[in-house]
Design a protein. Structure first.
Length: 763
């Protein structure tokens, strides 16, 4: 096989892009015309942490950077807004993998049918961590000025004015300010390029000489001071970081050290490059002899997490904005709101993915470091991820509500249009006779206004108008019942007070053609089904869909809660269930104890056996779990931590009981997913137990290290007693209440499940 001749780093990147399609964006970037020149700052670290600083020019010779005197142990290079020419120079000088530069250049989520995915999407997190290329992707919140001047003129898609143009998206205005969201990236590479020591005999007159060992390369974005329209370089808008940017986490200066020079350098140091330069000039920040990728990345990591925190606050503000916007759907809700909510939902998913990759990297390189800084940073990432998860769920709910409100708005608009058409019909009833009479008399001169026989025109016209208006009510009477059945619900006559009234009104409502086509059964459960309702009781309904009901049918039907509430004149809770869908605990309760208020019992008979089986299994499991938990908590109460882990026989029995307890608290049945989710608080605390049990079983008691011992002790002495009390006082009575309602029907299931479960646990 003939090997290709690679004459330059650009040719090497082109060759690699054929093997790795994710590098195609870097290949395109290197082949475009060079933009503005970029330069780098070089920091040399000696044995005692002392640094020297000099510039690295784009067109200069970089070969001298690969060698150093015996006093230079580590060299860090900071490059802001790197150009294609400098990428080729640096990549060739230090033999850098093109995937590192591609990870910095490519940050967009392009359509996969048009472009290959970026390296961050095409590579698994474990492979990215093993390479040692750290790419810190984050968002910058930008302020574009007053919304009055920019909201109507500024397009949605923008980009930064730099060599590496970042995507910027205009956001909906907030309190008169026009904000935007910009992507940003900081890429970090630590590479060993030399030997540690070269030693020759002192008798030969040669002392020990140390060659340069480590090169740290930082690629950062330049500060965004202006944004451009996509495809229109001549339309430029001023931009600046919101409130000046991120919160500085370095120790603040004291008043005695404050001087005017600090204020002069503030703008420079607020950028990523300026902040990194100030950070590295601090003594003892970098270990020059043996630097680590995480240690040199600490400042950049903290800056990116600060920007992520500001990003979560921005999402929180927009959640509040859309809550206020949805209050008045006639004036505030538009199609753009639905689009914006979908965009925010997509952004939060992508953000969680970026943070997950970062957490994998820190966990991989932070193992065995012996410092708490990285575990604390992982907790910070988990905190931000939790915020994003919460806001993502809020956005999902808002999107559903907004979609329903748009449908209501369309219905209201249709009603108004129908009223307008009716008015036009009355006008037509008046003027149609006029046009008929004018054609009858052909409007000859004698019948024109002002002539002798003009009165005949009106006499004939007036005789036709009463006849037209008399036909209108007759026609309206024929079509009114069909129209009213489609556009209106049955008129309520006070709050419902009995099952009979609920069955009557629900029957009228769900008999409509649009609902009858997809809804086959409606059941009543809760206080009304037990005849224990009060004047303040709400109505609980379960709506069962037909087998052939499609997703579009269910989507366009929307939420029926408001309509049912108007029909029954009570607060209602409506649950929905597809055909053969695994039920949750509440739906199981509704299927077992509910009463039919619409439709036949055929649909109920298809789903009730599964609900009964799941409830029976749940009760048996919880009863057996409580029998295990009580002796365990009683035997652990008088023991100390040392006594527990120094009693092998007692500890072995405890591990065996914990294995049985895990089987009882969580069902592996695929149909029991909804049941598990409802009672998740009972087994969430036990999720750390399986790896600890496996570790113990692999090598008796000794493999349990100090951290696992502390965790196991905390779980057994804190969470186990609490969950035992919750199971006894709250959750088991909830399940028992369903059994009390239909005790006779479920007893047979309970006995079968009891014997089956005991056989499985014994096996």
């Amino acid at each position: 096989m003939i090997q290709p001749t690679l004459s330059s780093y650009k040719d090497f990147t082109s060759y690699r892009s054929k093997l790795n399609p994710s590098l195609s964006s870097l290949n395109q970037y290197l082949n475009r015309e060079t933009g503005a020149e970029s330069a780098g700052t070089v920091l040399d670290f000696g044995e005692h942490g002392a640094t020297t600083q000099h510039q690295m020019l784009e067109g200069g010779d970089l070969s001298h950077l690969t060698t150093a005197s015996s006093s230079v142990f580590t060299r860090i290079i900071l490059v802001e807004d790197i150009s294609p020419r400098l990428i080729c120079s640096v990549g060739a000088a230090f033999d850098i993998d093109p995937s590192f530069f591609a990870g910095y250049i490519s940050t967009d989520f392009e359509a996969i049918e048009n472009k290959p995915p970026t390296p961050s999407l095409a590579t698994l997190p474990s492979v990215t961590a093993e390479r040692g290329h750290l790419h810190l992707h984050y968002h910058l919140v930008m302020d574009l000025g007053s919304a009055e001047n920019s909201s109507t003129d500024t397009p949605y898609a923008l980009k930064s004015d730099a060599n590496v143009a970042r995507n910027i998206r205009r956001l909906p205005p907030l309190s008169g300010r026009q904000l935007a969201l910009a992507r940003a990236c900081c890429s970090i590479l630590l590479k060993k390029i030399g030997n540690l020591w070269i030693c020759k005999s002192p008798l030969q007159g040669v002392s020990r000489v140390r060659l340069l060992t480590w090169i740290g390369l930082f690629l950062v974005d330049s500060p965004i001071k202006g944004v451009l329209e996509t495809g229109k370089l001549y339309n430029r808008y001023d931009a600046r970081p919101l409130h000046g940017g991120y919160e500085d986490f370095n120790p603040p200066p004291v008043f005695s050290s404050f001087s005017l020079c600090v204020e002069k350098n503030l703008d420079c140091n607020r950028s990523m490059a300026g902040g990194l330069l100030r950070h590295f000039m601090t003594p003892t920040v970098v270990s020059p002899v043996s630097p680590q990728i995480l240690s040199i990345s600490y400042y950049a990591l903290r800056v990116s997490l600060s920007e992520w925190l500001l990003y979560t606050l921005l999402i929180s503000r927009y959640c509040k904005h859309y809550e206020y916007s949805l209050n008045d759907i006639s004036t505030r809700l538009h199609d753009n709101d639905i689009i914006d909510l979908q965009r925010w939902r997509r952004r939060t998913k992508q953000s969680r993915q970026k943070l997950e990759i970062l957490a994998h990297f820190i966990d991989y390189w932070g193992q065995g470091s012996g410092t708490q800084a990285w575990s604390m940073m992982l907790k910070d990432i988990q905190y931000i991820q939790k915020q994003l998860d919460d806001y993502s769920r809020s956005l999902e709910q808002m999107l559903t509500v907004a979609t329903s409100m748009v449908q209501l708005l369309d219905s209201r608009r249709s009603i108004l249009e129908a009223v307008s058409v009716r008015r036009l019909t009355y006008i037509a009833l008046v003027f149609v006779p006029l046009s008929w009479v004018s054609s009858l008399f052909s409007m000859s001169d004698t019948y024109l206004p002002g002539h002798s026989r003009f009165w005949v025109y009106f006499a004939v016209h007036q005789s036709r108008i009463p006849r037209n208006f008399s036909l209108s009510p007759l026609w309206n009477h024929r079509i009114a019942p069909q129209t009213r059945q489609i556009t209106t619900s049955p008129k309520p006559s006070g709050p419902v007070t009995s099952i009979g009234e609920i069955r009557q009104r629900c029957g009228l409502m769900f008999s409509r053609d649009d609902l009858q086509r997809i809804v086959t059964w409606v059941g009543l459960f809760g206080s009304f089904s037990h005849n224990k309702q009060t004047p303040l009781s709400d109505v609980d309904l379960l709506v069962g869909f037909k087998k052939d009901a499609s997703d579009d049918d269910i989507f366009f039907m929307g939420d029926l809660t408001r309509e049912v509430k108007g029909v029954l004149e009570r607060d209602v809770d409506v649950l929905y269930m597809r055909y053969q869908q695994p039920p949750s605990f509440i739906k199981c309760q509704a299927l077992v104890t509910g009463k039919t208020v619409y439709g036949s019992n055929e649909w109920l008979q298809d789903h009730e056996p599964l609900a009964e089986r799941l409830l029976s299994d749940t009760k048996i499991r919880f009863v057996e779990a409580l029998r295990l938990m009580k002796p365990m908590t009683g035997s652990l109460a008088p023991l100390s931590q040392k006594e527990l882990f120094t009693s092998p026989s007692f500890f072995a029995d405890l591990i065996g009981n914990l294995e049985k307890l895990l089987q009882l608290l969580y069902s592996e049945d695929r149909d029991a997913e909804g049941i598990n989710n409802y009672f998740d608080i009972l087994y969430e605390w036990a999720k750390p137990l399986p790896p600890i049990i496996q570790q113990y079983q692999a090598g008796d008691l000794h493999p349990l290290d100090g951290e696992n011992r502390e965790r196991l002790w905390h779980l057994l002495t804190t969470y186990l007693p609490k969950r035992a009390r919750s199971l006894q006082n709250i959750y088991l009575p909830i399940v028992q209440e369903v059994f009390d309602t239909k005790k006779a029907q479920l007893d047979s299931y309970a006995m079968e499940e009891h014997h089956s479960l005991l056989r499985n646990i014994t096996v």
